[in-house]
Design a binder for this molecule. Sequence first.
Ligand code: UT7
Length: 331
Amino acid sequence: MLRSEPISTGFYVPERVIGNEELSQWMDTSDEWIRQRSGIVERRWVDGGVGSSDLAKEAAEQALNRAGLQASDLDCIILATLSPDVYFPGSGVFLQRKLGIKNIPCLDVRNQCSGFIYGLSIADAWIRTGQYKRILLVGTEVQSTGLVLTSDGRDTAVLFGDGAGAMILGPTEDGDRGVLSVNIHADGRHAEKLWMEAPGSRYKPWLVAEQIEKGLTRPYMEGREVFKHAVVKMPSAVKEALEANGLTLEDVDYVIPHQANARITQGVAKSLGLPEEKVISNIHKYGNTTAASIPIALHEAVEDGRIKRGSLVCLTAFGSGFTWGAALIRW
Ligand code: UT7
């Protein structure tokens, strides 16, 4: 049976480190509040003039190097982001251009924190059907430039970071390896609980000064509501993935949840009855990098040898939409 398998991974974060103390210069917050509520110690922010496709290029080149491939070997790009370089076209085409290639299809996925899992679902399906053989899947975000760096924006400004993570996927007929399944979900009843309202086509014109003044162009989140759903939906998606494959939690080597909050990650571990070391967390270093958080954590775990050939890894995400899902991969 033809399956997709990860061939390599890559990641990139900007050099500029923003510690919690630095944030407290601009807004009424503290290292103690941020650490206690989220587990974040620092995050990486771009210096300006840099878009999500720029970070994606760095992560993609690392993944290409790890795989011993050239950009010209790719036959498809899937890019997940909530922070595209421009409103349209998608960042995928800018990434394609920056990699020096042309003609191959570029798809942007707009499923925020679940974007990488949604993108993986598409990549997996395309490879299984034989449509494409070398797909570059990237989750990439430049969120810092959209945050409000005053006390008014502190509820979200302290949480989000910039970064990119990449995976190259190809076909395998090795029955023991590869992407075993991807299950994705959405519930649009909760769309306004984590969103950015403007600009948008329901306004005429799409962007006016009043929207900025009213704060509609910054992310808005009902943190507690999102938290409550995240700690339920991610464990349920993990269990669904295992059941679909006739596997149990005992078979799992690592769960990699979307990195939204260290307390959410701990809640996922507790709900699944897994020891915390089996549920990967790196939010202290990067904050919430939305679509990039899972591939960055995955890359780090592969690089440091925690994930190795034969490891059973479950990726799971939850976020804006609400959207969520899980992917089970035999490495
Ligand atoms: O990636 C997408 C998915 N996102 C998530 O999963 C995030 C889910 N939610 C969370 O992680 C948490 O809800 C937060 C970390 C966002 C917030 O933690 P919380 O324990 O739910 O705090 P809260 O929102 O209930 O706020 C508690 C207090 C409030 O003050 P009052 O009303 O109690 O006086 C806030 O105004 O903390 C205040 N606050 C802050 N204080 C210092 C909010 N932001 C800050 C801040 N610094 N940055």
